[in-house]
Design a protein around this ligand. Sequence first.
Ligand code: DX5
Ligand code: ZN
Length: 220
Amino acid sequence: MKMILAPSMLSADFKELGKEIQTIEENGAEYLHFDVMDGIFVPSISFGMPVLESIRPATKLVCDAHLMITEPIRYIEAFAKAGADLITIHLEACEDVEATIAKIRACGCRVGISICPETPVASLENLLEQVDMILIMSVHPGFGGQKFIPESLDKIRELKAMLEKKGLDTDIQVDGGIYPHNVEEVILAGANIIVAGSAVFKGDTAQNTRTMMEILKKYE
Ligand code: DX5
Ligand code: ZN
């Protein structure tokens, strides 16, 4: 399966944002993971549509918007217009998840669905056919730089088995606490889209991106 690195912009140096994005693109990343937080679904507030709209013309990376917001259906159209290619919503944040998925499709974007660490994989079972990507959170959403929750590996394996049983090869994304020292476990469990914030943007962004990409390429 194609392995993709999705650096999380949340950990980038915002005063050098254009340069940071160019660096990850030049060194092999394919997605730009864009963490949107509303201060309600998660405790923190990050950034929103105006930031996306301004970086969109500056990059060819796939814009992967991870909406950590309550009732994301209210903002799907706005994020699509701002330039998101793929919009991920949280199962826990939606009153009507199927309507939210339909709204993302109607706006012409690919659909991702995410679950928090305490939400069981089984709760996604009837939605698997409707989405392009499933995001297993391996930290509690809200902040970068947290420690990987090891139980996430079992959730990835369980999801992979569930998809295989249904004959689906849907992308599995994993987000939170992933570094060169543990990314292989995550891949071996079944994930193919790796979000990494601190691991990419803390220190030398170019070298960090290359290091992660070298590992990912081994599994293609
Ligand atoms: C957490 C975000 C993550 C986070 C990842 O709420 O969804 O994307 O920024 O950062 P690291 O890789 O530092 O855990
Ligand atoms: Zn994220």
